[in-house]
Design a protein around this ligand. Structure first.
Ligand code: EPU
Length: 339
């Protein structure tokens, strides 16, 4: 176990904000986690559990305990003729899991290539990209309840997965600490290429039937073209979720904005790309002192150098207000504010 006092979180949040936490505690296994959960001081302190900080906005220094898991491992726990089941430690970098699965020829998560962050947080957030969400492959999620210290194994249904949502983001659910997830992947070739112009890009680059690793490579390069590297500009990927609006609302908007892109969800709502709404309001490529709106994807806010969490939150608020006034749509941050 690693315990640090007055510790800088600069390398633990991809906005690269140089905030400090009173305590930083990193545990290596479930026994150590249980020791922390039973600790009197921990029980009385404010605490937040983080992954690699790729979806966090620290507004201030944190006067409590930041917990971080070091539980790793990708174990093959079952293999059938057609599928494999993997049990993965929460601290495993998500993209390492994808790279491993692709190298083994296992299908299901290749579209989730290049997403920053760790596996536990990926399962809490239900990460999604290019037509695939983590929920599509999850079988179970193992987690400890912070108050009772009991371990629970949740089935996919019990995780209440939805777009960028799970029970672990709900009020009670956020008291769970995820230690492992189990996913099932397919050994039978099956590619998901319906998103945007993914299929055309792949076909233009690979004349023959695309291989699993071709899909990964194309997605990595599309992401590289659209999304900034946090080593260059601190950022947390999409700052807002894509809003879901009613069918009536979209009909009304289409009259005024016939070119507005939208996608129907399985539940009958309509999803509008927040990037488009933000671009229409004139923010794309603009900078506000030390905070920028990325010029290739308006959904991404970037730290131009020396920004604080408050600076970023203020720009986000400005964007929310402009979009609400113009489109009567409320943008909800995907990024979690802390402090
Ligand atoms: N668009 C614009 N202007 C922009 C950005 C987007 O008009 O500046 C419009 C375009 O019409 C474009 C459409 O929005 O065709 C969709 O854009 P894109 O494919 O980039 O996807 P997105 O909806 O903006 C979502 C995820 C991303 C994920 C991509 C690809 C959310 C909040 N974001 O973005 O996830 O990589 O789809 O599947 O759902 C993340 O969560 O951090 C993230 C990067």
């Amino acid at each position: 176990m690693k315990i640090k006092e007055n510790y800088s979180l600069e390398r633990h949040n991809t906005f690269r904000l140089p905030v400090e936490t009173r305590w930083f505690i990193e545990y290596d296994n479930e026994e150590e986690l249980l020791r922390i959960l039973h600790d009197e001081y921990f029980r009385e302190s404010a605490s937040v559990h983080i992954g690699s900080g790729s979806n966090l906005l620290f507004l201030n220094d944190y006067n409590g305990m930041i917990l971080h898991s070091s539980i790793k491992g990708i174990d093959l726990t079952e293999e059938t003729r057609d599928t494999v089941r993997l049990r993965i430690g929460a601290a495993e970098r998500w993209d390492d899991v994808v790279a491993y699965a692709v190298s083994k020829g296992w299908y299901g998560i290749e579209n989730l290539s290049g997403i920053p962050g760790e596996t536990g947080a990926a399962a809490v957030q239900n990460i999604g990209a290019y037509g695939v969400e983590l929920k599509d492959v999850v079988e179970t999620v193992e987690a400890y309840h912070q108050h009772s210290s009991q371990k629970h194994t949740f089935t996919k249904e019990a995780c209440r997965y939805a777009y960028r949502h799970s029970r672990f983001k709900e009020d009670d659910g956020s008291l769970y600490i995820v230690t492992h997830i189990c996913i099932r992947l397919s050994k039978i070739p099956h590619l998901v290429l319906h998103y945007g112009n993914l299929k055309e890009i792949i076909i233009s680059q690979y004349a023959t039937l695309p291989h699993l690793s071709d899909v990964r490579n194309v997605i990595l390069s599309v992401r590289k073209d659209k999304l900034p590297d946090p080593e260059q500009f601190g950022n947390a990927g999409s700052f807002f979720m894509n809003p879901l609006i009613s069918a009536e609302h979209v009909e009304a908007l289409k009259v005024q904005y016939p070119q507005m892109p939208f996608f129907r969800t399985e539940e009958g709502d309509v999803k509008i790309p927040a990037g488009w709404l933000i671009e229409q309001c004139g923010f794309k490529g603009k900078s506000f002192d030390r905070v920028g709106v990325y010029d290739k994807q308006a959904l991404v806010l970037i730290n131009l150098g020396g920004a604080t969490g408050q600076d970023i939150a203020l720009v986000a608020e400005r964007i929310r207000t402009a979009v609400a006034e113009r489109f009567r749509i409320e943008l909800i941050p995907e990024v979690k504010y802390i402090g």
